[in-house]
Design a protein around this ligand. Structure first.
Ligand code: ZN
Ligand code: ZN
Length: 214
């Protein structure tokens, strides 16, 4: 096992560790049971990054839940690229939930009835939501059964060894695709790589929009 880099090579190792530990890819349609691994992706910044991790997971037979925003400043789920991304995530075998900005938790037919609040404040983070599972409510969010890579930092350590050893009875694992797909050893570096990629995507979008870029 290599060092715990935030890159796709180690992301593959992380998924393989979960398989070595005989975890089952679980969705938020049922309460946690022994052996469940709830692989959760909050997609804050880039649908392209989400599709990259989704394809890798599909290749390895892993299944995740992708939480997508309808109020993002960084992508538009109502664009053709946004609609294509939802379809591709579903086609790759993943679930799609809503990454909502509090208090706007309005679900529609694009989403399974599951919500993850974006940057939640403690007052409402774990409050139940009408008609949907809030991923940060009990029993899905339970001390000792949660790991997150927020800002390219595992507060409690990268879980690959513990997953391979089957050390968690069950786990909710939050992974932000942008951190792993875009290169860099710090959050700042990964974001600079993402901005470079987005510039190229936007040039293509301008050309698609019949802007003369000659
Ligand atoms: Zn690791
Ligand atoms: Zn978020």
């Amino acid at each position: 096992m290599g060092a715990c880099a935030f890159d796709l090579a180690h992301y593959r190792e992380l998924l393989e560790s979960a398989q070595a530990g005989a975890y089952r890819w679980a969705g938020f349609d049922h309460e946690p049971g022994a052996g469940d691994l709830f692989l959760r992706h909050d997609v804050d910044l880039s649908l392209e990054a989400a599709l990259a991790t989704a394809e890798l997971e599909n290749e390895l037979g892993a299944r995740a839940t992708y939480f997508l925003m309808t109020e993002s400043r960084f992508y538009n789920l109502d664009s053709s690229a946004g609609r294509d991304a939802i379809r591709e995530l579903r086609d790759l075998g993943h679930a799609v939930g809503l990454h909502a900005v509090y208090p706007n938790g309005k679900l529609d037919e694009r989403f399974d009835p599951v919500i993850a609040w974006h940057n939640p404040d403690p007052e409402y983070m774990s409050k139940p939501v009408d008609g949907a599972v809030n991923v940060m409510q009990a029993p899905w969010f339970t001390k000792g059964h949660y790991r997150s890579d927020s800002n390219a930092h595992w507060r409690e350590g990268c879980p690959h060894d513990e997953l391979a050893a089957g050390a968690f009875e069950w786990l909710q694992l939050l992974v932000h695709p942008e951190i792993w797909v875009y290169e860099g050893s710090t959050m700042r570096e990964a974001m600079e790589s993402m901005l470079d990629a987005k510039r190229q995507e936007w040039v293509e979008a301008l050309i698609d929009d019949r802007i003369d870029m000659a």
